[in-house]
Each structure stands twice: as structure tokens, then as C-alpha cells.
Design a protein around this ligand. Sequence first.
Ligand code: 2P0
Length: 332
Amino acid sequence: MISAQTIVNQLIHQNAPYSPKTEGTAFAPVNIALIKYWGKRNNALNLPVTDSLSIGLRTLGTTTSIRLHQGQDIIYLNNERLPFDHPFAQRTSRYLDLFRRQPNDGFMVMTKNDVPTGAGLASSASGYAALVLALNDLFQWQLDKTQLSILARIGSGSACRSLWDGLVHWHAGQQDDGLDSYATPLVYQLPTLRIGLLTLSNKTKPVSSRIGMQQTVHGLSLYPAWKTMVDTHLTQITQAFEKQDINGIGKISEHNALAMHATMLSASPALCYFLPETLATLQTLWSAREAGLNCWATLDAGPNVKLLFEAETAHDVKKLFPDINIIQPFVS
Ligand code: 2P0
């Protein structure tokens, strides 16, 4: 099995001049998948079973700065210094191990999320994308976006999609080394699309996506049907993008998200990220839709709900869900 270190060494030429700056900084947007990534063919390299497709939230994301220093890593999350054994610090340091020249090389990382960490609002995606961009800035690697997408994916799968605003397609690839598994931006613009974030819980989810995916893929579950469905949804959603059909996009996205949760429920032991509030929100939405509201839901590995709708519907959606945070992913 090819290791993450081998891939990193291949991408960052070890003989390249070593001239780090004092500090590297970067911002990367959160991305919300319309066609979800759920299930890996290689856990060490975060190689997915299927393609996926996302939209960047442009103004919401992670800002990270990084410096070199001697000794143990120092990690700040949202202005708070984390203890060395904090799971976030441990995972970040394990990833940074891939980029140390000497074992004693430490990093000081300061990272700030605009969304709650680990609550299914894709903070690990913007987090690892911002970290890779900040490392690229610090070390002046001058890697291209494909190479950066591969490095971000090794940190967290969905991070490979957070290097762009707008619509982004992650190609699953087929190679064992994953050098064909990266994201590319799509040309379609949807200036009237709005995404509404309904934060129902800020708590860190009890089962990480990482473990949840393994639980769903292995053993008897509906997972084989999920793979076929993703192919169909990718074809359908591309046609909807071409027609700028936001209701079509919403309908396919909601179907895809609920199908992903159905595969989780079909695993043994079953996995359920919904809270009672999640179901109540969906039922409110479905009733409103029956009454004529054009609005659709998508959900990730957590209890929070994201809504997709046209700008002209924003007023009605806000009336139904007063706490909603409405984002305009494309500049008009
Ligand atoms: C997605 N999710 O496509 C899907 C939908 C959650 C549900 O990508 O193990 O944090 O780091 O590769 O990227 C969450 O998975 O998992 C995710 P790892 P990641 O957005």
C-alpha cells in the first residue's frame, strides 16, 4: 500500500530550494456537497468510492496562518490554545508530520473557523484546504491547484473541493496512488441560487465521518445501491446546471442526501446523525413544499440542515425558518 508520505514526497520535490517565509496565511471556503462523498476505497489516502460535487460558500470558511518553530506543535483553534492531546491538535500534528524536514521541526498554527467545528458543517474541508494553502505560502512551493487538491484530500477527503468557490467536481480516480483523485472547478454559475444554513446543534458529532463511512461501507448495507445512485444523480444534476434549473438541482440534491442517510441507517450497527429537531425541520419543509414553497434540503454527517432555493423565495423561507443564515454562493 502506497503511503501518504510517498505521495507528499513525490509532489513536493525534496531537492527544491528550501526558503520558508516567516509566516504563511490562507483562507479556504466551506463547501456543501450536492452529490455526497460517502465511502472510501483507501482509508490512508482518503480515496473515495464515487465522484462527488459541491458548492463553495464563498464568504464562510477557515482562515489559517502557520509559522515554523522548534519543538512541539502549538495549535490555536478560534483563538484558544489547544492542549497537545486534544483530538483536533493530534490530527493536525499527524498531518503536519508529512511536511517536517527534521523530526524536531515544529509548527505554530492559528486557525479560525466561521462555522462550528465538527458539527457536520464541513469545517474539516475548509480547515485542511486552508492549511495546505498556508503551507504552500509558508514554504513557497508554488504548487498548482491539482497538486494542492491532492495534498488537501490526504488531510480530509472533502478538503480537496475547498480550493475553489462555486461548483466543484471531485473525480474519484482509479489509481492506487490517488494522483488521479482531485477536484476541478465547474464553469456553471448560478447567481440566483441561495443556500440557507439552519444550525440546529453546535455539538461535535458523536461518530466522525471517518468512522461512519467505514461502518457503512463494510458489512451488509444498501451501500452498493448508493454507488449506482450517485452515477445517475451526477448525470441528472449536470443537466440541471446546464438549464440553470435551481429546483431541479434542489430536488436531486435532497434525494442524494437522504439516500446517503438511508445507507447509514441500513448499516449494522445503524448510524443516525439526525436529531429530533432535524426531522421536525424536514417535516416543516416538506409541508411547506406541498403548499407550494420551492425549497430543498441537504444534510451532511450531522444534524444540521442546509436549504437550497431561488433568491425570489428567500423571503418566504426566512418566514418559515427565522434563524436561517442565507448565503449567496455566486456574486451576481
Ligand atoms: C461530503 N461528507 O461530501 C460528505 C457528505 C459528510 C457527508 O465529506 O475522513 O470530513 O476526512 O475524508 O471529508 C465528510 O467527510 O471525511 C464529508 P475524511 P470528511 O461533504
